[in-house]
Design a protein around this ligand. Sequence first.
Ligand code: GLY
Length: 334
Amino acid sequence: MTITIEVPLADRSYPVHVGAGARELLPEMIPAGATRAAVITQAGIPWRVDPGIEHEVIEVPDGESAKSLAVVEDVCRRMARAGYTRSHVIVGIGGGVVTDLAGFIASVYHRGIRFVSVSTTLLGQVDAAIGGKTGVNLPEGKNLVGAFWQPSAVLCDTDTLATLPPPEYQSGMGEVAKYHFLGGGALDQLDLDERVAACVQIKADVVAADEREGGRRAILNYGHTLAHAIETAGEYHLRHGEAVAVGIAYAAEVARRLDRIDDARVAEHRRVLSAYDLPFRLPDALDPGELLDLFSRDKKAIDGITLVLDGDNGVEAVVGIDRDVLADAMEAIR
Ligand code: GLY
């Protein structure tokens, strides 16, 4: 039994199927007319799903290092040598690293070919695989090169979550915790399939309202400004969802100092993070001054430092926050 959520984007609308065994729907999701598939995955992903058409499997390096321009070039060259054209399809099977990379390759190969995701991690299912943000990292920061490229379909198979290493599952919970503050309410009361589907539904609604992040979509980055700085400064030693959890706790402290929320709401943030067994303190090794410097390299930093903050109108982007406020809030999470 799967739950289907539509991401409504006019002629680029697509379904997201969530549930145990959803991967088996892959042959039905191959776009009409596609005769051949390049299946991009990693050796460490224990799922091989048959797209039901002629295909080759292209394995990219394990881990975050796969998200590089060098890997994009390598995969594109392999596809060119194998004769892939715009009438073919890319299938990405894996977590956020694979779907970000495979989606980006789909956006640039022959100026864009169709793309289907089979998402096999919690983090991917509730966030990375949905909404068409694709890209790779630079040494200067995460996701600094990318494109908006919507998939034709996304399969979120919750069977695959059972084989995730516990720390990786836990990391996905950092993104799930985020949705509590984006109108998700008591997500922890739902069973896993319903919880994933509820997160996908929130994301689909936000993406439908603002596909290219002209405004509202920035709320999906709740907790992410500090998270990205932690990941850059810490060379990715903290898992993404854990870094997001610390970033959510930090955003609450900043919002409190700007009188946007009260102490009870700050405590509510810590309660939700604790309920998911997530951290809300900065690792000791990180230098707050360096993290603050990294904020200005964030893609949202258009008009001074911008953070996504909670408040009476819900979560929204707030521009031009004073560095003293940011530094003081940093002390509160040490
Ligand atoms: N992960 C944030 C977004 O998709 O907009």
